[in-house]
Design a binder for this molecule. Structure first.
Ligand code: PMP
Length: 353
């Protein structure tokens, strides 16, 4: 019986990639010297960095006027690095789409005034915001996919100020038009690789020289490794990006993610035991919250699934319920197995009622 993890992050990684890493762990460039023991200033590690960046640029069609930075501190450090580095008049706009956007706002408050914009839901259940509300701010921040709530933007209106996107849970999982954004940032631990790595894709003209502690300044990281980066995570990420390219790129990932999430949503809609928390176009392709409507029954299902090799189906600790994260490396069989186990639970639960 296969075991699947539906963890929201660190999330599932391609088995082939992990097998390859395991095989090469003790010998990177030289016999008996691991990647973990290799200097970040060595020529062999520089090849990893170059290939990692090249692959990301190819996969996301990142133009030359954007820099790609590999940082630490998670997406969470970007909550403060963004306002710190992009401030001019010290006024920022944030679309409030849930817990992670609220956390981004809390950190931004240290650096200026905030305009909080509430999204709207249209007739098809799509999510967007009113662009006329965004005025005289240094930037507008959006969380493209809400990992906890299971929602995503379906339409982002044109605005003439820099658009900053937290893409932690949908980067490489769906296609993004990089040129619409001033900054796209993401923690790596869902669709890119192991934890400990954060990618920041930033339009070069937004990078200012400021009086900031050195690490916290974007300018320090442009086209250079400023300090010791998360070398192992970068190495593994480079292999994951190769896998994404070999699979056919982000377009293929998006198509498969739609297929996987459709399987689960279709079942949730017809089930008499479970229901989806989110309906309509705005529902996430990668994070699917659902519930039986009864906390005890939710917990019973979580245990039932665990005993059958389906791990990490509990909802985020702040909202409870259940949640399945279906990132790029989750195979279609993982979505199908989840539906089978939910169906079996539904049947058994009815019998015992
Ligand atoms: N933003 C989003 C949308 C997330 O899902 C997460 C983590 N799950 C974060 C930010 C925080 O990321 P990190 O743990 O890398 O700081």
């Amino acid at each position: 019986m296969s075991t699947y993890t539906y963890s929201a992050g660190p999330g599932v990684l391609p088995t082939e990639v992990m097998q390859e890493i395991q095989q090469h762990l003790l010998t990177f460039e030289y016999e008996g010297v691991s990647i973990i023991e290799t200097s970040h200033r060595s020529a062999s590690f520089q090849r990893v960095v170059d290939s990692l960046e090249l692959r990301l640029r190819r996969l996301m069609h990142i133009p030359k006027n954007y820099a790609v930075l590999w940082l630490q501190g998670g997406a969470t450090l970007q909550f403060s690095m963004i306002p710190m580095n992009l401030r001019k008049q010290n006024r920022f706009a944030y679309v409030d789409t849930g817990i992670w956007s609220k956390k981004a706002m809390e950190d931004a408050k240290h650096f200026g005034e905030l305009d909080v914009i509430h999204p709207f839901v249209d007739a098809t259940g799509g999510m967007s915001f009113e662009s006329s509300l965004v005025q005289e701010v240094d930037y507008l921040h959006v969380t493209l996919n809400n990992t906890i709530e299971g929602t995503r933007f379906t339409h982002i209106p044109e605005i003439d100020i820099p658009l900053i996107a937290d893409a932690s849970s949908n980067i490489l999982a769906e296609q993004l038009d990089v040129e619409r954004f001033g900054v796209i940032y993401a923690g790596a631990q869902k669709n890119i690789g192991p934890a400990g790595l954060t990618v920041v894709i930033i339009r070069r003209d937004l990078i200012q020289s400021l009086q900031l502690p050195s690490y916290l300044q974007y300018a320090s990281h442009v086209d250079t490794l400023f300090n010791t980066p998360s070398t192992f995570s970068m190495y593994a990420a480079e292999r994951v990006l190769k896998w994404v390219e070999d699979c056919g790129g982000v377009e293929t990932m998006e198509r498969l993610n739609r297929q996987k999430s459709d399987r689960v949503y279709s079942y949730l809609e017809e089930s008499t035991c479970f229901s989806p928390i989110v309906t309509g176009e705005r529902r996430s392709l990668t994070n699917i919250p659902f519930t039986t409507g009864n906390q005890k029954l939710d917990q019973r299902f979580e245990r039932y699934a665990f005993e059958r090799g389906l791990l990490e189906l509990g909802g985020h600790r702040s909202v409870g319920g259940l949640r399945a994260s279906l990132y790029n490396a989750m195979p279609l069989e993982g979505a199908e197995r989840l539906v089978d186990v939910m169906r079996a639970f539904e049947e058994e639960t009815h019998v015992s009622h």
